[in-house]
Ligand binder design. Structure first.
Ligand code: HEM
Length: 391
């Protein structure tokens, strides 16, 4: 297996990781990324196979569980109840309870609200050049997920701040200052959710938190700690990636001279999700000895699935480096696959398919006023700002 080195903190790489992915692809289905000391795959078939293989999972094998430094305990206490960090049977229990409340009926009912909110945000845009991320991209998903959960909208700014600080824990090269910010945010978030869940227990409403409290399957219910973690997971996962998909998508459309419209919404949004996803790297642990496409993994090995690379696998997509908004839809791995497939994918798709056509219909002259710049972090792939002008 080839070893490749590429600092995930190198500015040229974070601005455009795709040439590295292409180089990696030439090395075969797997390569060792020396900076992570990890076997990685840019190959679509390998990503799909590993995502769907129950002999791989997200939960750390017991014998490898890291010792958590005391100052990080509050963060990992929340993660301990996260379906995203667990495997069956706990994952099955949490996910099925959440899916009882997070139904497609409840999501589809949000469409008129997403439409109205998109118009309101566009009505409120300032004159002259403005940052589409702060005025539109960041607002829409956080307000929608807050409304869905039933959290007061006035809390949106706090949620955004806490969530941004917490995801710092997943970034390459995090330092003590970033950790301290993440822990402070975790503590505030948990305290808020605990009191809010208590309030909904006393005073049930027609919202997702109330449904989560009531959700019951085979006599099982979510405990208060599980409810807190689930709400935090939905709020965090629920907007960060969607915000950056809006940003990356509008950037790509403006750079390539395309538009999202009511008639191309489905293919165009799928192509945005495929072409420049907001999250690039997810890892799995091997739980036994497993051979995948010629490489043998042993129990305790980790493998990184490079989603954005897999989405440009020329074995799956013709002219995979081209953005083609009418490309016939084929499954990509932007939302993962298998057991942990993104719970929020239908909501994210609905938001994108609703909001972007409205944006381009309302602002037909929308154009970039400066070259967009991605944040200097990996594996999150999102813009720091998206300066545009509407006339
Ligand atoms: C474009 C936006 C989004 C992207 C790119 C995205 C991506 C992903 C990916 C790749 C995974 C699987 C991770 C893995 O298998 O290791 C995942 C899981 C998850 N996502 Fe999303 N997501 C998005 C939006 C959302 C939204 C809007 C929500 C909630 C409202 C959400 C909630 C979740 C949850 C709860 C999981 C864990 C599922 C499980 O472990 O069974 N996501 N997401």
């Amino acid at each position: 297996m080839k070893t490749l080195s590429q600092s995930p903190l190198d500015p040229a790489f974070v601005q455009n990781p795709y040439p590295f992915y292409e180089q990696a692809r030439a090395a075969g289905p797997f390569f060792r990324w020396s900076d992570y000391n990890m076997v990685c795959t840019p190959n679509a078939a390998a990503c799909n196979a590993i995502f769907r293989d129950r002999r791989f999972g997200r939960e750390t094998p017991a014998e490898l569980a890291p010792i958590i430094p005391a100052h990080l305990a509050p963060f990992y206490a929340v993660e301990a109840h996260s379906m995203l960090e667990l495997e069956p049977p706990r994952h099955t229990r949490l996910r099925s309870l959440v899916l009882r409340a997070f139904t497609s009926r409840r999501i589809n009912a949000l469409q008129p609200e997403i439409e109205a909110l998109s118009h309101q945000l566009i009505d409120a845009l300032p004159e002259g050049p403005f940052d589409l991320l702060t005025h539109f991209g960041q607002k829409l998903p956080v307000i929608i997920i807050a409304r869905l959960l039933g959290v007061p909208e006035a809390m949106s700014d706090d949620l955004l701040r806490w969530s941004n600080a917490m995801v710092g824990m997943y970034m390459a090269g995090r330092d003590r200052a970033r950790e301290d910010r993440a822990i402070a945010a975790t503590e505030s978030f948990v305290a808020f959710m605990r009191s809010y869940i208590e309030a909904r227990r006393q005073d049930p409403r027609d919202d997702l938190i109330t449904s989560l409290i009531a959700a019951e399957e085979a006599g099982e219910k979510l405990s208060t700690d599980e409810l807190i973690t689930t709400c935090i997971l939905l709020l965090n996962a629920g907007h960060e990636a969607t915000v950056h998909t809006i940003g990356n998508g509008v950037k790509t459309l403006l750079e390539t001279g395309h538009r999202a419209t009511a008639s191309n919404a489905e293919t165009c949004i799928e192509e945005i999700l495929r072409f420049d996803p907001a999250l690039h790297m997810f890892t799995r642990w091997a739980y036994e000895d497993i051979e995948v496409m010629g490489h043998t993994f042993h129990r305790g090995d980790q493998v990184a699935l490079l989603l954005a690379a897999a989405n440009r696998d020329p074995g799956v997509w013709d002219e995979s480096d081209q953005f083609q908004p009418n490309r016939p839809v084929k499954p990509n791995v932007t939302f993962g696959a298998g057991l942990h497939f993104c719970v929020g994918a239908p909501l994210a798709r609905l938001e994108l398919q609703t909001a972007l056509p409205i944006l381009f219909q309302r602002l037909p002259k929308l154009r970039l006023t400066e070259p967009p710049h991605y944040g200097d972090v990996y594996h999150f792939h999102g813009l720091t700002r998206l300066l545009v002008q509407a006339d």
